[in-house]
Design a protein around this ligand. Sequence first.
Ligand code: BGC
Length: 501
Amino acid sequence: MAGGFVAFSGDSPAFQAKMTVYVFICVVIAAVGGLIFGYDIGISGGVTAMDDFLIKFFPAVYERKKQAHEDNYCKYDNQFLQLFTSSLYLAALVASFFASATCSKLGRKPTMQLASIFFLIGVGLASGAANMYMLIMGRILLGFGVGFGNQAVPLFLSEIAPARLRGGLNIVFQLMVTIGILIASVVNYFTSSIHPYGWRLALGGAGIPALILLFGSLLICETPTSLIERNKTEEGKATLKKIRGVEDVDEEYQSLVHACEFARQVKDPYRRLMKPESRPPLVIGLLLQLFQQFTGINAIMFYAPVLFQTVGFGNNAALLSAVITGSVNVLSTLVGIFLVDRTGRRFLLLQAAVQMLSCQLVIGIILSKDLGVKGTLGKTEAMIVVILVCVYVMGFAWSWGPLGWLIPSETFPLETRTEGYALAVSCNMFFTFVIAQAFLSMLCAMKSGIFFFFSAWIVVMGLFALFFVPETKGVSIDDIKDSVWKRHWYWKRFMRQEHDV
Ligand code: BGC
């Protein structure tokens, strides 16, 4: 399993570790959980733009769409249609709390396996739906899968990665999310011309990665942290040797044992999260979720086909544009993987805020000037909008997208890690739900002003990153308190009561 290079962490204790083939396999398999999440994000926009689907479940929306020319921004505005998209996130929100418990009590690996089972049942129900109830039930079970998967996978990745490569390996999760979204757009593109059951194929497609996750997870290991946490110390040490590819893991092992002993003294992690010393990772972890969603990314991701149709592209052209933005998303995430452990997290957050802000502003101006309410967009303007959307997606894909998952997975100390992370995941799901449920109505009410709305949020989040998000590049995951919080100009004031367990 050896091969690769010895990775030492930056400011924190340097543990010996190679990037082993086994770790690579574990990363790829676990990240399939992200692929299913991405597929679910990407598939809804396409399915809800398919006539067969609308006729079967949402005939009123179909009627309105036929007379669409009346109001560009309002033709899809329907609470039930939005519920189809958003129910998944509400379910995921609730599920992440159960997932946090299974993550601690059973381990990261069984939590991923549970996710794959939820996914499989959900896919069956949604793609075979004979009525609205089955459809929504299916989405809810998929949401359970997302809640369990998004809880376990990023934690798993951060815990098995050597410190120096943690950022890049963790972002493989986001990479798979983007690949999932892209695959979904391609599937939407082809299945939209298969009548009348193209939508069933589209929804059923998620079954394939769910099966890969279920069987693939039999090959992967449990993380040493989780094993030691559950008193399986020998197994924990053996796994550490296996994934690090070196014999001498004593130092890292001791640091894990130490972190676990400390964690064990904390009987009520949620109460501990309310204490001042938990404030920095908690506030940052939660706000990053709000900010990630209020970049407006999912307005584009869920509704890209609908959005492009709205601004004057035809049915197929709209789906095709979604394929284009999806590809940009994947490629730019690769850039993020390359940069995150080199430039650090802060640089990416700040750089991207400027990039995304500029794009949103220009899109808003073009749409408010040229589209109006009933007009259509000229060819050139439409092209410019697509290009700007791509540049915007690029910025998101190497920053706020992946870092929204990475930073909370590496900043909570072990004693509150699964619980803190669960709060972050559920917070992400909550705001994803809010956007999914509200976006079409907001678009209808605010018209092109929606882009200015998101721009204002980007300004706020940029300032937050500038002043409150410290650099965590290269710091060992169990050493963040000493190396980061205690040295930060603002957060250090919360670190005083550290012995008050
Ligand atoms: C976000 C999703 C978003 C996706 C886009 C993820 O990090 O959590 O809400 O749709 O990125 O690539």
